[in-house]
Design a protein around this ligand. Structure first.
Ligand code: SF4
Length: 580
């Protein structure tokens, strides 16, 4: 990965492509690449949909190599949802393919003068861009089908649906999976709206004729990768729990812990949780046949394979196995206990190109506002369809929970920096709540997954209901996560590396052998801190202060059942998260 592709969408006479050397960005990957480019090249005060913003797509440092789990991709920009810097992370095929094609980043910049829609094609001969208004207002599924027809069934695609074209703040960017379906999304922060503002509907990646990236020290790399895979396989979560039940294995766990946000975060347990659980989902999927629920990867080189396939009642493909966050967002958070309804909402979100967490939280707020009853699945489907159709109500909902709460006068809106909270109530899982409050990304569980240590006793144990130890926990996890996101590794490796020193060492050895330069635990920490510093600096210049590093007040005043607990980490403690 020795080059960056820049596409100036605002050039006179039409888009201009330029391939350049890495220069100052040499040695960066994934989130380190996206956040560094955005911080250096995007004016922090710019409008996120203006020509001054840039959309950066970067494979991880190890992507395109034989390193297991190395196919995650980062998308960065100034976020239309939060107003701060954004890195949204996704699986799918694109990262491995882009890595093999030799690109460390694609940067979309400028803004077209009219509403022509473009597609970019990158293959072994280079990159081209062409107008393709035939793709206008197509969903991701139809878009990918058309691209497959034109470019073959082996290409990887990056695309936006209607929500991105309408520049909604909940719009995602879809990455095709191994079956060439647009099921993997860089969901958070409205990155799809920025791609829409650049007039780019799709990017097609074809690595035919390209080779896997080779490590500097092949023997050491091979041995470390073997140890790495063995460590992931022997860990009970990455070797058994996630492959068997997917991420939705968490529904029963979080519900039993009293941290399952129900009916717009009004209580911590949902009586219909068992009907939504990973166990129930696996049973249903296996009964319906086909590929079933188990052992399905979202990209080449994944050995955990936490994903699966969801078929409808008639045995037809409906969507990928909905993730825990999606099942919660459209399920318990809206009082809905029917998996088929949740799967349909997941399919609609993927097709329109919407962040499932933001949409579920938004529907929850809309239900609290009285637009529908909690538990009314048909109404939820109708509301999401309004978003895809771009009706006036749909435009409001498509701009997220904060906008919806404001428009309909709702007091309880679970957002930080305007971004909706994920599937863990901050009062009952206070470690992840510190991450929600302080992450430069806005409320984001993946930025520092305190749930691991609070609830799952991975990497030690910190009482989830008490404030003690949460700041340190979140700090350490945010640092480690930023580095993992830079490497392009799937975050689920954390379950194994937090508890198995030899597996953590194997990860370091893979990076060392690949780069031909020793990479130590201190280097992981330094890289994570460097990324977070760059991101916080951008946000400060965009006008963020410590006032934005807070949860909404009601989490500090309204006790959550069943533990009757409020968020108790003080503001002063929150302000020490980034003191290192
Ligand atoms: S563990 Fe799951 S999310 Fe991670 S890379 Fe594999 S399939 Fe994708």
């Amino acid at each position: 990965m020795d080059k960056i592709l820049r596409i100036d969408m605002g050039a006179a006479g039409g888009p201009v492509l330029k391939t350049e050397a890495l220069g100052d960005y040499a040695g960066l990957g994934g989130r380190a690449m996206t956040s560094t480019i955005v911080a250096k090249e995007v004016p922090p005060s710019c409008h996120p949909l203006s020509s001054a913003n840039k959309l950066v797509i970067a494979p991880g440092l190890l992507s395109g190599s034989a390193a297991a789990m190395s196919g995650r991709i980062s998308v960065g920009c100034k976020s239309p949802l939060t107003g701060g810097i954004k890195e949204a992370n996704s699986g799918g095929q694109a990262s491995q393919v882009l890595g093999r094609l030799g690109y460390a980043a694609i940067v979309l910049e400028g803004k077209p003068a009219d509403d022509t829609l473009y597609k970019v094609v990158i293959n072994k001969d280079g990159a081209t861009i062409a107008a393709d208004n035939g793709l206008k207002m197509l969903g991701n599924y139809d878009t990918v089908a058309k691209l497959a027809e034109a470019y073959g069934e082996k290409v990887a695609t990056i695309s936006i649906g209607q929500a991105g074209e309408m520049k909604m703040s909940s719009a995602s960017i879809a990455f095709s999976d191994m079956e060439q379906r647009p099921t993997r999304h860089a969901g958070r922060g409205g990155v799809g709206a920025v791609m829409g503002s650049k007039g780019v509907k799709a990017i097609v990646l074809d690595d035919a004729g390209m080779k896997m990236r080779q490590p500097a020290d092949p023997e050491k790399f091979k041995a470390a990768n073997k140890e790495w895979v063995a460590g992931l396989r022997k860990n009970p979560t990455t070797g058994e729990g996630l492959p068997a039940f997917g991420t939705n294995v968490l529904t029963n766990v979080i519900n039993e812990a009293g941290g399952y946000p129900t009916n717009n975060f009004s209580t911590g347990q949902f009586e219909g949780a068992s009907k939504l659980s990973g166990e129930a989902q696996a049973e249903l999927e296996n009964k319906r046949g086909g590929e079933g629920s188990a052992t399905h990867g979202c990209h080449r080189g994944c050995v955990i394979r936490c994903s699966g396939t969801y078929y409808d009642k008639d045995g037809n493909f409906l969507t990928k196995q909905p993730e825990y966050e999606t099942v919660w967002a459209h399920g318990g958070n809206c009082g809905i206990d029917d998996l088929d309804t949740v799967a349909m909402l997941d399919r609609l979100d993927d097709d329109f190109g919407l962040d499932t967490i933001e949409m579920g939280a938004t529907i929850g707020v809309a239900m609290e506002a009285g637009l529908a009853e909690f538990g009314d699945g048909e109404a939820a489907i109708r509301l999401v369809k309004e978003v895809g159709e771009g009706t006036p109500l749909g435009r409001i909902l498509g701009n997220g929970a904060a906008v919806t709460g404001k428009v309909f006068g709702v007091e309880h809106v679970p957002v930080v920096k305007n971004q909706a909270m994920p599937a863990y109530d901050p009062r009952a899982v206070q470690g992840v709540a510190v991450t929600y409050a302080t992450s430069p990304m806005g409320a984001d569980h993946t930025a520092g997954y305190g749930v691991a240590t609070n609830i799952l006793n991975v990497g030690g144990s910190v009482d989830p209901l008490k404030p003690e130890g949460q700041v340190e926990l979140s700090r350490n996890l945010q640092i480690a996560t930023a580095a993992i996101d830079a490497a392009g590794l799937c975050l689920f490796i954390a379950f194994a590396i937090l508890d198995q020193p030899e597996t953590f060492q194997a990860m370091l050895d893979i990076i060392s052998a690949f780069n031909g330069k020793e990479f130590t635990a201190d280097d992981v920490s330094d890289l994570g801190k460097q990324i977070l510093t760059v991101e916080r600096d951008f946000n400060a210049k965009a006008g963020f202060t410590s006032a934005q590093d807070r949860l909404p007040d009601y989490f500090k005043t309204d006790a959550l059942a069943p533990h009757n607990v409020t968020f108790a980490v003080t503001d002063e403690e929150l302000d020490t998260v980034f003191n290192w």
